[in-house]
Write a protein that binds this ligand. Structure first.
Ligand code: ASP
Length: 338
């Protein structure tokens, strides 16, 4: 049988970090050398690995949509020559990258698995070894035509993920969507949840991801003036992280007017819930219906993270305001399921 090949895009993060005295930071060449010394990677069951170390290696807190696009292009350029892809990434913004990549890799038919760790591979006690080995096996051997995040025994759909634990090995979850696989003694795929193979070929990622978008989490006492400042030009899109089923104050006319003026100017405002589970239902309460009246659209059960990446993508590829409003409410990559 032909040996499987996995392309590893090493972008940075704790997994490959070393402590040179000022706290953990990535160091060029360090992870590669460490991997060369791991006998388990030479096991016959392991795929052949080609590691591409990014320059500079980043703590993921320093990542921007530019880096999302660079990862997507890297995968696109190597797509034909590999069975699967592993993206080694810092955990801090891994959910953002995992949420953006499915939009940037339309027509994907091979697994793309993001992983990383809470403790570097170099430490005696770490979660890096297991995350890395299982991610490589998943990328090599399983027919999962999706961008996923593997961490601490769970394979999750990338565009549904959130970081839920800053210190534990169970750092990620997809609270509004079941895991695509549970990894214990056996790897149990939830096949009915995994997306069907795409009939199209992988399309080239867009040239730019440069829309001016933002997200804003509502809080009790938020002022109309504050909101108005956020919505000022050049803003093109806003993810409003609202309460419960998507509600916001409806007893402050100036607050609603700020939203109405922005949507009239063409700002696409998408309503997501701050809750980890459930979905937006803008006609359930008067405080939600008021948002519909001022032109806000529902983000259904999308995470605010996925909504932000999707908004940036849809505007960047040149959709009109009306098309963007419509597509934000439609499932494109498994980000919406109600
Ligand atoms: N600050 C690190 C990063 O996101 C944390 C990690 O990788 O776990 O790159």
């Amino acid at each position: 049988m032909r040996h499987k090949r996995v392309y590893v895009a090493y972008t940075g993060g704790t997994i490959g970090m070393t402590n040179a005295g000022e706290g953990y930071a990535p160091a060029p060449g360090f992870l590669e050398q460490h991997l060369r010394e791991m006998p388990e990677l030479r096991d016959a069951a392991m795929p052949e690995i080609v590691l591409h170390e990014y320059t500079p290696l980043l703590d993921s807190s320093n990542m921007t949509p530019r880096e999302w696009l660079a990862i997507a292009r890297d995968i696109f350029e190597h797509y034909g020559a590999f069975d699967g892809f592993v993206v080694l990434h810092g955990t801090d913004t891994m959910a953002y990258t995992a949420s953006a990549l499915p939009f940037l890799l339309q027509g994907l038919n091979k697994p793309v698995i993001l992983t990383g760790s809470q403790i570097p591979l170099l430490e005696l006690r770490n979660d890096a070894r297991e995350n890395l080995i299982t991610a490589l096996l998943l990328a090599a051997n399983y027919a999962i035509p999706e961008v996923c995040l593997y961490f601490g025994d769970k394979l999750l759909r990338g565009c549904r993920t959130v970081k839920v634990n800053a210190l534990g090995f169970d750092a990620f979850d997809s609270p509004n969507f079941p895991p695509l696989a549970n990894v214990g003694v056996e790897i149990q795929l939830n096949r009915n949840l995994i997306r069907a193979q795409s009939e199209k070929n992988l399309s080239a990622p867009p040239n730019e991801l440069n829309a001016t978008v933002a997200s804003l989490r509502l809080f009790p006492g938020i002022s109309a003036e504050f909101l108005r400042n956020v919505l000022k030009p050049p803003l093109q899109g806003l993810v409003l992280e609202a309460y419960g089923t998507g509600n916001a104050p409806n007893n402050d006319r100036a607050f609603l007017d700020a939203l109405a003026e922005a949507t009239a100017r063409g700002v696409v405002i998408v309503d997501c819930t701050q809750c980890l589970r459930g979905a937006v239902k803008l006609n359930a309460y008067a405080t939600g219906a008021a948002l519909l009246d001022v032109g806000v659209v529902s983000g259904a059960d999308m995470t605010p993270i996925a909504a932000l990446a999707k908004l940036n993508y849809l505007i960047s590829i040149g959709n009109s305001i009306q098309e963007t409003r419509e597509l934000m409410q439609r499932d494109l990559c498994g980000e919406i399921s109600v």
